[in-house]
Write a protein that binds this ligand. Sequence first.
Ligand SMILES: *Cc1c(COP(=O)(O)O)cnc(C)c1O
Length: 374
Amino acid sequence: MKPKIWLSSPHMSGAEQTYIKEAFDTNWVAPLGPNVNGFEQDIKSYLNQDRHVAALASGTSALHLSLILLGVSHGDEVICQSKTFSASANPIVYQGAKPIFVDSERDTWNMCPNQLEIAITDRLKKGKKPKAIIAVHLYGMPYKVEGINEIALKYDIPIIEDSAESLGSLYKGQNCGTFGDLSILSFNGNKIITTSGGGALVTKTEEQKQEAVFLATQARDNAPHYEHSQIGYNYRMSNIVAGIGRGQMTILDSHVSKRRSNYEFYKSNLAKIDIIKFLEEPIGYFSNRWLSCILLDSFETREKLRLALEKENIESRPLWKPMHLQPVFKDAPSYCNGVADDLFQKGLCLPSGSNLTPEQLDRVISTINMYFAG
Ligand SMILES: *Cc1c(COP(=O)(O)O)cnc(C)c1O
């Protein structure tokens, strides 16, 4: 068996261990400490906007706290992009609220502004105003920021920007992770940078950040004993994990370049196969190309190609299955135009790690070429 080629695997810089060693040497082995503050500062500087960053245990916990900060509670409705990873939607249910799913458009594969407006007006007609909109920059491609913002503003509904897959992506020169009323990042093992597991909440005010940190550390009131007037969570990032994050921030931009060059490599080397289509960047969009995705002509081709790659020990994966088609969300209302489903049927994510070697990339290309040569 040939050695495994992974879809997206962790890629360390070497600098991580310096920060971790320092944490051990100074006994900062806790969910606070200099690495946590340093990592938050590094992200804040990178995002290059007037924002505040709280380092948390995961992207999912950041989404959960976002909903709490926006006052989402039992019986509320929250609009969520249907084409995404389940973690975007699950926290809605943690709050006892109801997810309302909205389909995608073809230019970015993300939330369709037209479908969004249809969903909002219909929910209003049915008697409830959605409490928030969760929009996602899938695979690193920014969503139609202006289109989505315009609708959100028109109906006065806050946006939670799920930027878990898009750290390093830009929309008209501005960093993804700075477009929401609240934004979240993820540093899970397969993301563009990883802390092994972790996430962050990006806020517009210092007060929101402090509120998030308060909730993330068990909501302890100011008292010598443990006093609680609210339900808290254990969602803060540890100082050890943040040390990995500081090391990863030093190579974020080179990871973005490498992932973008993976995409370019696939595109130019598969150009002769007419069936294969790529998602191009619209003007003004800069994707970190977290995953390089292709579209085939049918479900059958997509599955056969996936199995041909698997036989060569190459991991590939269908695009996210839309949430409105997931058994767990079968009762959730959805506003659909068929785009997310079609992309799911025909789309495949190819190995995309920043640590892929030229030999590994060649193996992927020759396997695909061999499949199409019959
Ligand atoms: C990874 C991911 C999350 C969740 O982040 P975790 O850190 O794994 O909890 C949320 N949304 C999207 C779109 C993701 O890809």
